[in-house]
Design a protein around this ligand. Structure first.
Ligand code: ADP
Ligand code: ADP
Ligand code: MG
Length: 664
């Protein structure tokens, strides 16, 4: 076994690998760029080596600098994590050449599977069913149209080197193919330095289900069942789970066998993933193989009890797999939510900045379930433009799917993130949707369920009670403080009016300390709030409402309080009956409508303005390109519309929240 491993990655996955190394008694070497000098990954490693400036091309993608660091520190092996050099056959060969073990598959397997065209060929040869299409490169747009007509619309134009949802476009007719080919080619060239394209049938409303495989250097290959990753935005996964609610034992076995056949065909000797698109009728087609550890590997670990990083290290060191197919089984259900620094209310645009506050739910057992949080950041750290804006991966496990969903919904409530926008409200919305609870998933789930973009969910009657009680409690405590009273001495008495969203409710408040009873006078009903843990200054308000535990996120609004519970956000105001009378007569203040504006998410320089006044544009279309911190960021429209006004031109400096364009 190795005694020292270098981790050629950053953030959450570097921390994840470090944890397993520590448990195995292996020393770790971190490498870091300028932006990551004070990162958690560096802090946790036994040694750390600086490898260059923040852009990945000058640091995490510099194989020779990383190999030098390995030699200088005496590391015997390199774990590449995911992204960066993890799927570079060239780097894997360079490692071998330098006498350092690459913790991943052999370079020939990476090459055979590394690009989508090559992997589709290997799959066909191994007898695996692939998505119908052209198994080869397309020459130009005319060639693509010809193939598309043979396959039948809709089709997908894909970059052979694509990854992370980039370099993919759907086309529903000849003119869309002509438009997509140069666009995907340019994107692929820019993002992957490889502009080869191919074309395949676009399967409508499919599910994304993938099989985890594991091989060793002694010819053993087995699979660790499936993960379903159908909840995606921009062809990128956001919520994943294991097992899949769709898959029955017969399909599971068939998919597993095909995945293993493919892995065997390329002499696969590490952890890898065979991805399939699956019809709602359970017909499945090979999509691609990822020859690395996958972002969503924790759900497989939670249901199989195996540590995939440990398995990768062991097989890389030459050990044979310590178990066979018959010995692995699925126990319970696991779900992972990717917590991103992005604004769900604005088309999921990245939201960078400092994590002024970052508090994650407690890990470990929780009411017969489990909570796990994989993260690479600490409070006070910065989410930069340079890398993937993922803050954490929150996973839950329970004996049944419903329990895992329930635990996730509760764990998401306990996330306290301030300073950057984040997608917890969106993830909460999904956990609360009947369709998700029923397991009726599809890669078009987000588009189907949030056709106008995410706007939060309306509060349920229970949530309106919760918000009423929370607002009343906050008001009572603040009033008591203002009067200099001690908390336990204060008794809430008398009648008040609580305005929650559009509802105005007359209430009587009783109780003291951590307890408050709210009598809703019109309904003659009592709502009991107990066990409150909150004091001014805290964003999380914990308590039990009618016996049910909850955590709400609270803050002060211009008038009253802002309260969010899961995906529902409201403003709440407490008034005396007399001032409520006056309040009623005030004209309502409408919040500004920003839904028709394209707003600048970060300060920077406008490189190009790609739309003009009067242009008809579609959701997802490029509006402009902004350079910030040496990176080009594509700003896209969040909805269809006609450009009414342009707010900036190429060469302009813009600030966060500037209006770049207005749509009619
Ligand atoms: P998964 O299938 O594990 O969810 P993704 O395809 O979303 O993985 O990508 C995992 C990570 O690797 C992401 O951080 C993504 O940005 C990065 N990534 C994936 N493919 C590439 C690539 N070809 N080049 C650079 N980064 C990539
Ligand atoms: P990446 O390398 O970016 O992960 P994939 O080929 O795995 O690219 O595709 C990413 C996602 O795009 C898939 O998970 C799926 O949702 C969607 N997708 C890809 N190919 C097809 C297809 N032929 N039909 C329908 N959806 C597809
Ligand atoms: Mg993929």
């Amino acid at each position: 076994m190795f005694s020292k491993i270098l981790i050629a990655n950053r953030g959450e996955i570097a921390v994840r690998i470090t944890k397993t190394c520590r448990r195995m008694g292996i020393l770790t070497v971190a490498v870091y760029s300028d932006a990551d000098a004070d990162s958690l990954a560096v802090e946790m490693a036994d040694e750390a080596v600086f490898i260059g400036p923040s852009p990945a091309s000058q640091s995490y993608l510099r194989g020779e600098a990383i190999l030098e660091a390995a030699k200088a520190t005496g590391a015997q092996a390199i774990h590449p994590g995911f992204g960066f050099l993890s799927e570079s056959a060239e780097f894997a060969r360079a490692c071998a050449g330098a006498g350092v073990v690459f913790i991943g598959p052999n370079p020939e397997a990476i090459e055979a599977m590394g690009d989508k065209i090559a992997s589709k060929r290997s799959a066909v040869a191994a007898g695996v069913r692939v998505v119908p299409g052209q198994v080869g490169e397309i020459a130009d747009a005319a060639h693509a149209v010809k193939i598309a007509e043979q396959i039948g619309y809709p089709v997908m134009i894909k970059a052979s080197a694509g990854g992370g949802g980039k370099g993919i476009r759907v086309a529903r007719g000849g003119s869309e193919v002509e438009e997509a080919v140069p666009a995907v080619r340019a994107e692929a060239k820019g993002a992957f330095g490889d502009d080869r394209l191919f074309i395949e049938k676009f399967i409508e409303h499919p599910r994304h289900i993938e099989i985890q495989v594991l091989g060793d250097q002694h010819g053993h290959v087995l699979h660790l069942f499936e993960r379903e990753c159908s909840i995606q935005r921009r062809n990128q996964k956001v919520i994943e789970e294991a097992p899949s609610p769709l898959i029955d034992p017969v399909t599971r076995k068939a998919m597993g066998e095909q995945a293993v056949a493919l892995a065997r065909a390329v002499k696969y000797d590490s952890a890898g993933t065979v991805e399939f698109v699956v019809g709602q009728d359970k017909s499945f087609y090979f999509l691609e193989m990822n020859t690395r550890l996958q972002v969503e590997h924790p759900v497989t670990e939670l249901v199989t009890g195996l540590d995939l990083v440990e398995q990768m290290i062991r097989v890389a060191a030459g050990e044979p797999l310590g178990f066979n197919q018959g010995e692995v089984r699925i126990e319970g259900w696991a779900i992972e939510s990717r917590i991103y620094a992005e604004d769900p209310y604005r088309g999921f645009l990245p939201s960078i900045g400092r994590l002024v506050r970052y508090q994650a739910p407690a890990e470990g057992a929780r009411d017969g379930a489990l909570v796990r949080n994989d993260t690479g950041v600490r409070e006070g750290d910065e989410i930069t433009m340079f890398y993937d804006p993922m803050i954490a991966k929150l996973s839950t496990w329970a004996p049944e799917r419903a329990g895992a969903v329930r635990t996730m919904a509760r764990a998401l409530e306990d996330l306290d993130i301030q300073g950057v926008g984040h997608n917890a409200p969106f993830l909460s919305a999904v956990m609360d949707q009947a369709r998700f609870k029923a397991g009726e998933l599809s890669t078009s789930y987000i588009a189907d369920e949030f056709p106008n973009g995410f706007e939060g969910l309306a509060p349920t009657p229970w949530q309106i009670d919760l918000m009423t009680a929370v607002a009343a409690f906050m008001h009572r405590l603040l009033a008591a403080r203002a009067m200099g009273g001690r908390r336990s001495d204060v008794e809430a008495r008398g009648e008040w009016v609580v305005v929650v969203g559009d509802e105005t409710r007359r209430v009587r408040l009783t109780g003291s300390g951590e307890r408050l009873e709210v009598t809703l006078l019109a309904e003659d009903r009592v709502v009991a709030l107990e066990g409150v843990q909150w004091r001014p200054g805290l964003a999380l308000f914990r308590g039990r409402l009618d016996g049910e535990e909850f955590t709400a996120t609270v803050g002060f609004a211009v008038e009253g309080f802002r309260i969010r519970h899961r995906a529902a956000t409201t403003r709440a105001l407490i008034l005396t009956p007399a001032s409520a009378e006056l309040h009623h007569r005030l004209p309502p203040k409408a919040p500004p409508d920003t839904s028709r504006q394209v707003i600048c998410p970060m300060p920077g320089l406008v490189i190009s303005m790609d739309v003009g006044e009067g242009d008809e544009i579609r959701a997802g279309q490029v509006v402009c390109v902004i350079e910030a911190m040496k990176m080009q960021n594509i700003i896209r429209a969040e909805r269809d519309g006609v450009v009414k006004k342009i707010g900036a031109a190429a060469g302009d400096s813009v600030s966060a929240d500037d209006v770049l364009a207005e749509l009619a």
